[in-house]
Design a protein around this ligand. Structure first.
Ligand SMILES: Nc1ncnc2c1ncn2[C@@H]1O[C@H](COP(=O)(O)OP(=O)(O)OP(=O)(O)O)[C@@H](O)[C@H]1O
Length: 303
């Protein structure tokens, strides 16, 4: 069953084309990651799906009808990118206030416990850290036992531990049958949570596939090292760059590359391995669209 749908949706803000003929279906039980750089159109798409804004053209549906109808919106939970909490209200009071809008809310203690906020129930929100406020803002999306939750960059500003705690909360909601659409700049976050990833750039859907499939395109690693040696032929290397005295190797198998460097006796220092950046991922994806799948230097990216 499709819970949320965008059908050829375009949204303009004056001269800015924020969304350009976007199609998206979110079915019951899915956990979908919306991935894209700043300004890609992610928040705009969420705002249309939850009924805050209307498309310039095209059609948006929530539970098969108009997202602006309150009965439909009562079945969703939303955490926008930015939220304001009344600073003098206590955490428990904020939860009670939001709960009062729903027929069968999650009990306060259960909700706070699920999001690691149990110890803060009596704290005024003005006295919370940024990360604690963010966790509360996300928790509030779940208070009304929604069928479908929209989270706009839920873990921005959270440290690693808080991020993982929040991921657990999202996973348990999904495991119990909940449907989630979340946006992120981080491949890592999408990979940790979602089965399906929709890549959006400049208002267009660039890819809509399983995380594994997208990983296949963007899954290269950048291995950087200091060396003056001439490098031997290395399996899996799809691009080489030299910049600032460092050598950067783009590879589909970093583990194998390091083994080969050691076996070949290459004299290197300051080895560093990191995932390709989102920019590199986007180059790969748009490259696949417009040319073939290529890395920066025109080498094929996929092995
Ligand atoms: N209310 C508005 N008025 C004018 N332009 C807007 C408005 N909202 C969004 N835009 C523009 O629409 C485009 C898409 O913005 P949007 O916020 O949807 O991107 P995003 O993918 O959510 O970005 P970010 O990752 O930075 O949150 C941007 O160019 C943005 O400047």
């Amino acid at each position: 069953m499709i819970l949320a749908r965008a059908d050829q949706v375009t949204r303009r803000f004056g001269d800015v084309l924020a969304l350009d003929h976007v199609d998206l279906d979110v079915s019951s039980g899915e956990l979908v990651g919306l991935l894209g750089p700043n300004g890609a159109g992610k928040s705009t798409l969420l705002s249309l799906l939850v009924g805050i804004r209307r498309p310039t053209s095209g059609r948006v549906e929530l539970f098969g009808g108009d997202p602006r109808e309150p009965a439909r919106r009562q079945r969703i939970g939303v955490t926008p990118q930015e939220t304001g909490l009344p600073p003098t209200l206590r955490v428990g009071e904020v939860v009670d206030f939001v709960s009062a809008h729903y027929p069968d809310p999650v009990p306060r203690a259960e909700l706070l416990d699920r999001f690691g906020l149990a110890d803060l129930a009596k704290r005024q929100t003005g006295g919370m850290s940024g990360g604690q406020k963010r966790r509360l803002a996300v928790a509030l999306a779940f208070v009304g036992r929604p069928q479908l939750v929209f989270l706009d960059e839920p873990t921005t500003g959270l440290d690693v531990e808080a991020r993982h705690a929040l991921w657990d909360g999202i996973r348990s909601f999904h495991a119990e049958g909940g449907t989630v659409l979340l946006t992120s700049h981080y491949l890592e976050e999408i990979e940790a949570l979602a089965q399906r990833v929709v890549v959006i750039g400049q208002g267009r859907v660039l890819a809509d596939d399983t995380v594994e499939a997208i990983r296949g395109v963007v899954g290269a690693r950048r291995v950087s090292l200091d060396t003056t040696d001439v490098l031997p032929r290395l399996a899996g290397v799809v691009g080489v760059e030299r910049a600032d005295g460092r050598t950067h190797l783009l590879t589909t198998d970093a583990d194998q590359l390091v083994r080969e460097l050691v076996t070949a006796g290459v004299d290197f220092a300051n080895l560093e391995i990191r995932p390709t950046s989102l920019e590199e991922a986007f180059l790969a994806i748009t490259g696949r669209d417009e040319r073939s799948t290529t890395a920066h230097d025109g080498q094929p990216l996929a092995a």
